[in-house]
Design a protein around this ligand. Structure first.
Ligand code: ZN
Length: 275
């Protein structure tokens, strides 16, 4: 029973500001410590639930946030970027279940703390006409490998987004957003215990065969990306086989979700920042 724990930082309890997740900001060191502890809580719960192998994929920014010196010694850490599967690095290596820790809602979500979709350069992303954020995108790539999303910790809006995309997924809301940059947050002592208990339950259910099904995406996959402005879309049009949908929107059709992940990252990378 191998579990992949994919983390991000915006959905960690206490985080309500870009400065909290920016390694150049003094506050960052506090929140990466809390993030590592939230990850450790999921690791402990996964093992308690019956996992015999747990790999952590660091997913925020350059994927160098989890403090390895504080990581549960039973886990392994995928860190650094870029890598083939980036936010879910290791998903192709015989994983049975996926857990998201510290995830956040997609761009434009009401009361979604630091809500965005991959980068601040992206407005919307659609997979086959279904709008998704990072929760939908990464769980769909996992689905390509037959891996179900069994649990998420996030703010309340992120938990709602996950439950709508993956019915039956276990959720832990570590904060209730009251705005994009405001939330009512659980203290770490409380959020850690909730994450540990829920991860244990999610892995137990996976072993019992009563977990959510892996996300299925019909193929070929149309990846459509709405950018902030037309000059970003101009730049993104050097993506092979790209079609211009409108001034700010570019799409490509690719054979499967692995290629969709590549295509999305290519479009975002070529589009560059909002100017
Ligand atoms: Zn992030």
């Amino acid at each position: 029973m191998k579990i992949l724990i994919a983390d991000d930082m915006e959905g960690i309890s206490g985080v309500v500001d870009w400065g909290h997740v920016d390694s150049k900001n003094d506050e960052y060191q506090r929140f990466r410590r809390i993030m590592t502890a939230e990850v450790n809580s999921a690791v402990a719960g996964a093992f308690a639930g019956g996992a015999d192998e747990v790999v952590v994929s660091d997913g925020h920014g350059g994927a160098k946030n989890v403090m390895i010196e504080n990581l549960d010694p039973r886990a392994r850490l995928n860190t650094g970027a870029p890598s083939e599967f980036q936010m879910i690095s290791g998903i192709d290596k015989g994983v049975n279940g996926l857990i998201f820790i510290g995830y956040h809602p997609r761009y434009g979500t009401l009361k979604g703390v630091l809500a965005h979709t991959w980068s601040l350069g992206v407005v919307n992303l659609w997979l086959n006409d279904r709008v998704v954020g990072e929760i939908g995108l990464n769980s769909s790539v996992a689905g390509h490998f037959g891996v179900p999303l069994i649990m998420i910790s996030s703010d309340q809006a992120g938990c709602n987004e996950a439950a709508a995309f993956v019915p039956g997924v276990e959720t832990v809301a570590v904060k209730q957003g009251t705005g994009t940059f405001a939330a009512e947050c659980l203290p770490p002592e409380v959020s850690h215990e909730l994450i540990r208990e829920t991860a244990q339950k999610a892995v137990k259910n996976l072993i019992k065969g009563i977990s959510p099904a892996p996300v299925k995406t019909s193929t070929p996959v149309v990846v459509k990306v709405e950018l902030n402005n037309a000059q970003q879309a101009d730049r993104a049009m050097t993506t092979p086989a790209a079609v211009r949908v409108d001034g700010r929107t570019v799409q490509v059709e690719v054979p499967d979700m692995v290629e969709a992940y590549r295509a999305f990252r290519t479009i975002v990378g070529l589009a560059g920042p909002n100017f």
